[in-house]
Design a protein around this ligand. Structure first.
Ligand code: GUN
Length: 299
């Protein structure tokens, strides 16, 4: 039997609709939720992500302050722009699209965004609060994965979740959220140093692939009936495609013949990341929230 396809696009639309209603309610109070979106350089994939975020903000009745900077932008210039956005009361959230060019220290950039506006949850204070279960914005992609599991009533409590990939954006925060009492999973984190990866992935009730390696999770690496979440979005050269590439995840789609649930790429986790970002911008703009920083999604 083929796996149930987990439709992140449909759930994303549902969440964005609710965000739109909350944005309207805020507008009636004279608050227009606004996200400062900074892109440095012209990486085509980053540009495409940033455009999708700005379009989604507009569709939800929110504003974006779109800032495009050349590759040659200095660290100092970028820090000064972030400082201006930190001080601007009309801007509720700030997003600096990662990765930034190599001559810019990403840690300094993450440190510069005020935690009150840190809708990505990249600032070390936000990350610390997230790990401790304190109030903070939740990181968008990990939160999107958890919401998708919730939508499909996947039991997480007591399940063995195996996360492949130790990135600061996905793997590390996801492990920390999954072990919260609220979710209660038993978690294994695998990475490039893991010996016998298949031994671990075969144990997974829920397998989450976030390693940035195209199609590397094969059917023989998963347990029959596992829930497989594919966080990867890889551009693979394909001259038969009009754009010269196609998108593929970290998981070989043939896995869907063995899994019980499966997220497609595109249309799985990707749209959830954007929906959760919009949710965080609403939280940031909602002055009813203590410190303008909330954990609980209200949709
Ligand atoms: N690059 C890849 N994913 C993300 C994300 O969620 N936020 C930001 N700022 N950059 C990214």
């Amino acid at each position: 039997m083929s796996a149930v396809i987990m439709d992140g696009k449909a759930l994303g639309i549902k969440i964005r609709q609710s965000v739109k209603e909350r944005a309207l309610a805020l507008k009636e109070k004279g608050i227009v939720p606004c996200l400062g979106v900074i892109l440095v350089g012209d990486d085509p994939a980053s540009l495409s992500y940033v455009k999708s975020k700005e379009k989604a903000l507009a569709e939800a009745g929110m504003e974006s302050r779109d800032i495009r900077l050349p590759e040659s932008t200095s660290e100092e210039e970028l820090l000064s722009i972030i400082d201006e956005l930190n001080k601007d009361d009309k801007v509720h959230g700030i997003l600096v699209q990662a990765p930034v060019p190599k001559h810019i220290n990403e840690e300094k950039i993450n440190d510069a965004v005020s935690p009150k506006k840190d809708v990505d949850c990249f600032h070390p204070e936000s990350v610390g609060n997230m790990i401790l279960g304190r109030r903070t914005f939740l990181p968008c992609t990990p939160h999107g994965v958890l919401e998708l599991l919730r939508e499909y009533n996947i039991p997480i409590s007591g399940a063995h979740a195996v996360v492949v990939g130790r990135s600061n954006i996905v793997g590390k925060p996801l492990v920390n959220l999954l072990i919260r009492r609220q979710y209660n999973a038993t978690v294994t984190l695998c990475h490039t140093g893991t010996k016998d990866l298949s031994y671990h992935t075969l144990q997974a009730d829920i397998l989450i692939a976030a390693a940035g390696s195209p199609c590397f999770i094969k059917p023989d690496m998963i347990k029959k009936g596992a829930v497989v979440i594919d966080v990867g979005i890889n551009r693979v050269t394909d001259i038969s495609e009009p754009k010269g590439y196609r998108l593929c995840g970290d998981v070989d789609p043939a896995v869907s013949l063995k899994a019980s649930y499966y997220t497609p790429v595109p249309g799985g986790v990707g749209p959830m990341t954007i929906a959760m970002l919009l949710n965080n911008v609403i939280e940031a703009a909602n002055t009813d929230c203590v410190n303008a920083v909330c954990v609980k999604a209200a949709y």
